[in-house]
Design a protein around this ligand. Structure first.
Ligand code: FAD
Length: 528
């Protein structure tokens, strides 16, 4: 197959002009193209008066070698598709069905792959199925009554169900796992464009259906998915898992247990620590969610062409004078800020968007790295307690509602008393206050310095009435669960997996880790 890289076309081009350009680049008549596929599409916005789409196209033709030689174009190369493959050479029999804990991307991809190979997994999830969960979360946002077991962090689909559904990852796809994740998403209802867009996203509205379709497929293949079923204890003999306890009363025997519990399962982390699982604390980042009018962002990124393009995103970073890294994270173009709390009397925010990303505000976490040295104690769970401390202060500052402050007031360290030209686009209730009371001073200073630095790249970023919402603390897991080269923990048969265990950051990398854990299981065990 031939790959054409760097094929540039105007943002308003037609399908026909793309095909013309392919033929012209290969110096062949259009009829000679047997088949073509878009492998990647990104936006080149370096020249604001000439914004272009840049394509990588895979083309099937006969006489590939001859065409390449004749083209004499370094952007036209011979290529082979990386096809995802698994070595299923396990010989050890499993005594019981494997149990997967958590239906976030890590758990669901691991479980679905196991189900496809005939392992009939039992999947347990503390939260509700996605339909009931949506109702529960909507009630929380309207009435501020939190369900500690089914919320923005917990329930079918995991933490990403109420998200922007961004699917880009920094992990290189040498094994084809990334493509496999996207393929499986599409197979279960995600838009096909995610296969080639440089920054693919699904949107919370579409993701909910995809998650449900994946669950139904697991069940169709003989698996079992149980909601409102929380892992509460693990039993083992001679350092090998033998069974688990759920909801404090029922025992499920198992010799393979996948722990895909996400970064917010604090009670489960405490149980694992008590049971002497090998856990370490790790760095993460904390800060605020910041909102700007989407128009400012889109105009800054795309100039006057912004109305012809999807809502623009941004990624900004800065090294502060106090030696900290401050950066934007999980940016949601045209989205909502959400109250993403999962513990009573504590408050945390995050962002989500629909597929169309057509809300008036852009939002992003603006966060600062924190290290175990910043935590108040030395325990492996110290980072988790550190998160709890700031989340409690946020809850108190807002008296249970999301505390909101204008950037100018944040800088002046005074509570906001009125809004400026924009209003928060928030799912949940808010109250004006001083977000600075809910974060360490070094984090606030870093944010202020960072926001001014970002204004040099995106004019208007530091506008005094830009909105800050507190606090953003669940940016990644506060712990790492150690696993060996076979991906097992210090207890054999227990596979820490995904973001909560410290092996992923985001939907796609969590799903990829779920697949990696599945590979390790089928490399050791044969199916039932
Ligand atoms: P999770 O998705 O957290 O899943 C863990 C699951 O385990 C949960 O469903 C939980 O209920 C369950 N569980 C926990 N403990 C137990 C127990 N004891 N018993 C049974 N079940 C248990 N990432 C992106 O890449 N793009 C985005 O656009 C994006 N936006 C986000 C927006 C929001 C609002 C949030 C909260 C997160 C967002 N993220 C985003 C992060 C992303 O959701 C996570 O990185 C990802 O979901 C991690 O996957 P996971 O499977 O490891 O864990």
């Amino acid at each position: 197959m031939i790959k054409i890289n760097q094929l540039k076309l105007s943002i308003e081009h037609s399908k026909e002009s793309l095909e013309d350009k392919i033929a012209k680049t290969l110096k062949i008549p259009k009829e000679q193209i047997l088949h073509y596929e878009i492998a990647k599409r990104s936006i080149d916005a370096r020249k604001k008066n000439e914004i272009l789409y840049i394509y990588s196209i895979e083309v099937e033709v006969t006489n590939e070698k001859k065409i390449i030689d004749r083209c004499k174009n370094q952007n036209v190369v011979l290529t082979k598709k990386t096809v995802y493959q698994t070595i299923k050479d396990g010989t050890q029999p499993m005594k019981h069905r494997p149990v997967v804990v958590g239906t976030g991307p890590a758990g669901i991809f691991c479980a679905l792959k196991l189900a496809e190979d005939g392992f009939k997994p039992i999947v347990i999830e503390r939260g509700e199925d996605v339909d009931k969960r949506v109702e529960t979360v909507n009630t929380f946002w309207k009435e501020n009554k939190l369900n500690n077991e089914s919320n923005v962090q917990f329930g079918e689909g995991g933490a990403g169900t109420f998200s922007d559904g961004k699917l880009n990852t920094l992990v290189k796809d040498v094994t084809g796992r990334n493509t496999e994740v996207l393929r499986m998403f599409v197979e279960h209802g995600a838009p096909t464009e995610i296969l080639y867009l440089n920054k693919p996203h699904i949107g919370t509205d579409r993701l909910r259906g995809v998650v449900k379709a994946m669950r139904n497929r697991i069940i169709q293949l003989g698996g079992e998915v149980r909601f409102k079923t929380k892992l509460t204890d693990i039993q083992f003999e001679k350092d090998q898992v033998t069974s688990i306890e759920v909801n404090g009363r029922e025992t499920i025997p198992c010799d393979v247990l996948v722990l895909a519990i996400g970064h917010s399962a604090r009670d489960t982390f405490e149980m694992l620590y008590k049971k002497q699982f090998d856990i370490k604390s790790k760095p993460f980042a904390i800060g605020v969610r910041m909102e700007h009018p989407q128009e400012i962002i889109s105009k800054s990124q795309y100039g006057d062409s912004y109305t012809k393009l999807p809502a623009a995103d941004y990624k900004v970073t800065h090294q502060t004078s106090n030696g900290r890294g401050v950066y934007s994270f999980c940016m949601c173009p045209g989205g909502f800020v959400v109250n993403a709390s999962s513990e009573s009397d504590r408050l945390v925010v995050n962002g989500m968007s629909n597929y169309d990303r057509d809300e008036k505000n852009a939002n992003s976490a603006i966060i600062v790295t924190v290290n175990p040295e910043d935590f108040d104690e030395d325990s492996p769970l110290a980072g988790m307690e550190f998160q709890r401390k700031w989340e409690r202060l946020a809850y108190e500052e807002g008296k249970g509602k999301v505390p909101v402050q204008l950037f100018g007031d944040f800088e002046a360290n005074r509570p906001s008393t009125k809004l400026g030209s924009m209003t928060p686009n928030l799912k949940g209730e808010y109250t004006l206050g001083n977000v600075r009371n809910c974060l360490p001073e070094y984090v606030c200073e870093s944010i202020i310095e960072g926001v001014h630095a970002f204004d040099k790249k995106i004019h208007g970023f530091s506008k005094a009435d830009a909105i800050m919402l507190g606090v953003e603390t669940r940016t990644s897991s506060p712990i790492k669960m150690i696993r060996n080269e076979a991906f097992e923990s210090n207890i054999a048969g227990v596979y820490p997996c995904g973001e909560g265990a410290g092996y992923a950051g985001g939907i796609t990398s969590a799903a990829m880790d779920g697949i990696k854990v599945y590979e390790m299981i089928v490399h050791k065990y044969k199916s039932l």
